[in-house]
Write a protein that binds this ligand. Structure first.
Ligand code: ZN
Ligand code: ZN
Length: 407
């Protein structure tokens, strides 16, 4: 009974921490208990500890912990990947050794495919690095997506890589490179999820969900003949029903032990994570954005809620700025007695990138909540993201095909 209770507690704690670690940083959960727990674990508790340590040991423990956490969280390291592989291999071995003799051939046949799939997609996620942008492939990377002038603008330089950041790319400080169509850096695969390996990442999530679902099903098929569930005379709202169910689980543990019942329980309780993460990424594909872009859209939404975001027509604003600059130069020439034509523009022309969807919108955020000075008539207050067009959203099916073909 104690072993059973400890297993349940361990499984629940592992599931909870994994859930908070995976989902806590999502912009959509920023203001929920999950987001708060993530901040509590990653910011508030470490800050509190730092203060106590600097008072009593002069910050010695902190220096060591900072070194360790720097390695764990701010440097590329394979620890999470190894932990995942050890957990998967350990659970599968433990489970199959105990369960195989009790399974029918039809249940055994899919096992090699179901078990090998997560390893295959992990390998593909980890080893595909072609979405890294270097000086050699920078020119074609610039032609992959146009700038939307809202989330991505052509005047954005990467000072580390020393080139203009292509639209939809992001510099990853852990990988030390700019990544094309960067979604996020994933500690799980010790690599960035981007343009080429995003499809393998999705398939990895799906395959982990399936291996857990199938494991739980096999566990159930081994144990269910002994459990006599479904014959309860109590309704599921009655206390006795749950007492019976609890007893059945205790009984299941006594028959299957940690190998079958424990692994089965771990599979059931952690299964929602890969499926939920997979569903979240399907939502992102439906919305035509990456995780990185969803954070940028969330920032714009906050600015809109605070009444600080303004929307305008890019062509009109650019023409206005060009005219103002030319006027300024003419005045300067007149004052200094210089003659001659005013140069057209010294700005680099943005390269044309063929793309099915265009937008002439641009957004600006002001700190005082007022329209940009001198251009008040050109801007309209932007109250909602519904007013803004996302040119990267080509509709669910086209977005999905683009992702699955590595574009
Ligand atoms: Zn870079
Ligand atoms: Zn990275």
């Amino acid at each position: 009974m104690i072993a059973f209770r400890n297993t349940i507690i361990l499984v629940v704690v592992i599931s909870l921490f994994t859930f908070i670690a995976l989902f806590g940083r999502l912009p959509a959960l920023r203001k929920t208990p999950i987001g708060f727990s993530h901040r509590l674990l990653c910011i508030y508790i470490p800050n509190g500890f730092r203060q106590v340590d600097s008072r009593y040991t002069g910050g010695r423990m902190n220096a060591n912990i900072a070194q360790l956490s720097n390695y764990l969280f701010h440097q590329k390291n394979p620890l999470v990947l190894l932990l995942f592989l050890v957990l998967l291999t350990g659970s599968a071995t433990l489970f199959l050794r105990a369960a195989l003799p009790h399974l029918s051939t039809s249940l055994i046949l899919p096992i090699p495919f179901v078990v090998l799939a997560p390893y295959t997609f992990t390998y593909l996620c980890v080893t595909r690095k072609t979405d890294y942008i270097t000086h050699a492939n920078h020119a074609p990377a610039m032609r992959q997506y146009p700038y939307d002038h809202i989330l991505f603008r052509p005047d954005n330089l990467c000072r580390t890589c020393n080139f203009t950041k292509p639209a939809r790319s992001k510099h990853c400080s852990l990988c030390g490179v700019c990544v094309a169509r960067c979604d996020h850096h994933c500690a799980w695969i010790n690599n960035c999820v981007g343009r080429h390996n995003y499809r393998y990442f999705l398939l990895l999530l799906l395959s982990i969900g399936i291996v857990e679902l199938y494991g739980a099903y096999l566990s159930w098929s081994v144990l269910s003949p002994h459990l006599h569930l479904g014959h309860s005379k109590y309704g599921w709202l009655e206390k006795q029903y749950w007492a019976e169910l609890g007893n059945a689980f205790v009984f299941a543990m006594s028959i299957g032990g940690i190998s079958v019942a424990g692994v089965g329980l771990l599979a059931i309780t952690t299964m929602p994570l890969p499926f939920a993460l997979f569903a979240y990424h399907l939502y992102l594909i439906w919305a035509g954005m990456t995780t990185n872009e969803s954070a940028k859209w969330a920032d714009w939404r906050d600015d809109m809620t605070d009444g600080m975001a303004w929307i305008g027509k890019r062509s009109v604003i650019e023409a206005h700025n060009k005219e103002r600059k030319a006027r300024h130069l003419r005045n300067r020439n007149r004052m200094s007695g210089l003659a001659g034509p005013v140069p057209d523009s010294d700005e680099d022309e943005e390269e044309y990138v063929p793309w099915p969807k265009h937008s002439d919108q641009t957004l600006v955020s002001t700190t005082d909540g007022k329209a940009p000075t001198g251009q008040e008539q050109l801007w309209e207050r932007c109250m909602s993201l519904d007013m803004v067009e996302n040119i990267y959203d080509l509709g669910f099916w086209r977005n999905f095909v683009a992702v699955m073909t590595g574009r």
